[in-house]
Design a binder for this molecule. Structure first.
Ligand code: PHE
Length: 437
């Protein structure tokens, strides 16, 4: 039923990249890194992304392509009569939670695009920028209006099943975003005091890294790559059999990491230069970045373009999240696409209102989804590969398109032993910590 979503199979890798690249890179990564002391967090994050998260991404893509069905149906088809499809239910639940706070931040992005257009961000001091953000985040009505605008936009796309069209635009718009980010990096690095910010990002000080920081780096790696809840399993089902999954997966992860890293290369020099605390939390991107626009040639135009492109990046991620829930209702519960999209958008709007009224609920949803549900889901997904799907089926998905045997051997070893032990270890340690702490 959801099969009509992507007409071109070739576009599926680009769509998966569109899901991965979003506010997770530019909003969440810098703020979580800033709260966890900088360089050492970056080091652990890189390790988790390429050693743990990429193998999970490949597992999801392989499972989806093998089954040729979105997440719930995929597990039902590959392991009939078992409980493995519960992974799909956890994904649907997780998509709800993530969308409720993600839509609020996406709404702020739209709001900042509007503010850039009307000139509200121009020529105000860094302190005023902070005050502006504080007003915004503590005014539920404003947040709710913009959130509904954003959810409406997402629902419109998903309802009409025109994701494919959006992906076509985003293939042009995302390289533009990357280019703009590179230009902003250059400006950020030439600000007075920028080097302190760069040192904060690049010099690992392991005494600042707590176990909670390690735990959050794992959650952020999963959040950023959209893994652990079935989004990538669903996209895997749209990928052509001729496509090499391993190179596709590494390209997605490489691009995703690069954008997150470069965002941090802008934000921390900027924070240090303008005297903003790097650990100031979810507002970090909104209080640092606009200051830079005031320091560059044609800053107002650049800021408009930047926030619009960021909104598009957020949109390709919210589409992938809403699609998880809608395709579930359509293929498992017999809904039609239009009412399903509207119903889910409405429910998410209600949950989003909770996040707008309470920053505690906002953080709770953010933490539970990224740090508990995604790693939990990912754990079951990697257990599925050796224990249910089987080595040969997995090999045929990966090796068929040119991945070398040795590469497969290493990957399979990592998936069978290293990934489950690492995720299980970090989750158990953190939960015990909470219980006794
Ligand atoms: N990866 C997206 C981002 O970085 C967020 C996301 C998480 C999307 C999980 C889908 C599933 O913005």
């Amino acid at each position: 039923m959801a099969r009509e979503v992507f007409n071109s199979k070739m576009g599926a890798i680009a769509a998966a990249a569109g899901s991965a690249v979003g506010l997770g890179n530019i909003w969440r990564f810098p703020y979580v890194l800033g709260e966890n002391g900088g360089g050492a967090f970056l080091f652990v994050y890189i390790l988790f992304t390429f050693l743990i998260a990429v193998p999970i991404l490949l597992s999801e893509l392989a499972i989806g392509r093998r089954a040729g069905k979105p997440v719930l149906g995929a597990f039902k088809a590959l392991a009939p009569g078992t409980k493995w499809h519960l992974i799909g239910y956890s994904g649907v639940f997780c998509a709800f939670l993530i969308l409720s706070f993600y839509a609020i931040v996406s709404g702020w992005t739209l709001l900042y695009a509007y503010r850039a257009v009307v000139g509200e961000l121009a020529a105000i001091s860094p302190d005023e920028m902070t005050t502006l953000y504080n007003h915004t985040s503590s005014d539920p009505v404003v947040s709710i209006i913009w959130m509904f605008a954003f959810i409406g936009l997402t629902a419109f796309v998903v309802m009409r099943g025109v994701q494919d069209g959006i992906e076509k635009y985003s293939k042009i718009l995302m390289p533009m975003l990357l280019l703009l980010i590179v230009l902003l990096c250059i400006r950020a690095l030439t600000l007075p005091g920028a080097l302190d910010g760069l040192a904060f990002l690049l010099k690992p000080d392991f005494s600042k890294l707590t176990f909670t920081g390690i735990f959050e780096a794992l959650g952020q790696a999963f959040f950023s790559l959209s893994i652990g809840m079935g989004t990538m399993t669903t996209y895997g089902s749209y990928i052509s059999r001729k496509q090499n999954l391993v190179s596709g997966g590494f390209s997605i992860a490489g691009l995703d990491f690069m954008i997150a890293f470069l965002a941090a290369v802008i934000i921390f020099p900027c924070a240090f230069s303008f005297g903003i605390s790097p650990g100031q939390g979810p507002g970090l991107v909104f209080v640092t970045l606009p200051n830079i626009f005031n320091q560059i040639f044609m800053g107002r135009a650049v800021s408009i373009v930047f926030f619009v492109l960021l909104s598009v990046a957020a949109l390709t991620s919210t589409i992938s999240l809403l699609e998880v829930v809608v395709s579930f209702l359509v293929s498992e519960r017999g809904f039609r696409r239009k009412p399903a999209s509207l119903l889910v958008a409405g429910l998410i709007g209600l949950l989003g209102c909770l996040c707008a009224f309470s920053s505690t609920i906002f953080s709770l949803f953010d933490n539970i989804s990224a740090n508990i549900l995604l790693p939990g889901g990912a754990l079951f997904i990697v257990l599925f590969i050796p224990h249910v799907l089987g080595k040969e089926a997995f090999r045929s998905e990966l090796e068929a398109c040119g991945t070398r045997q040795r590469v497969f051997g290493v990957l399979y070893f990592v998936i069978k032993y290293i990934v489950p032990v690492a995720i299980g270890g970090v989750l158990i340690y953190q939960i015990v910590n909470w219980l006794i702490g």
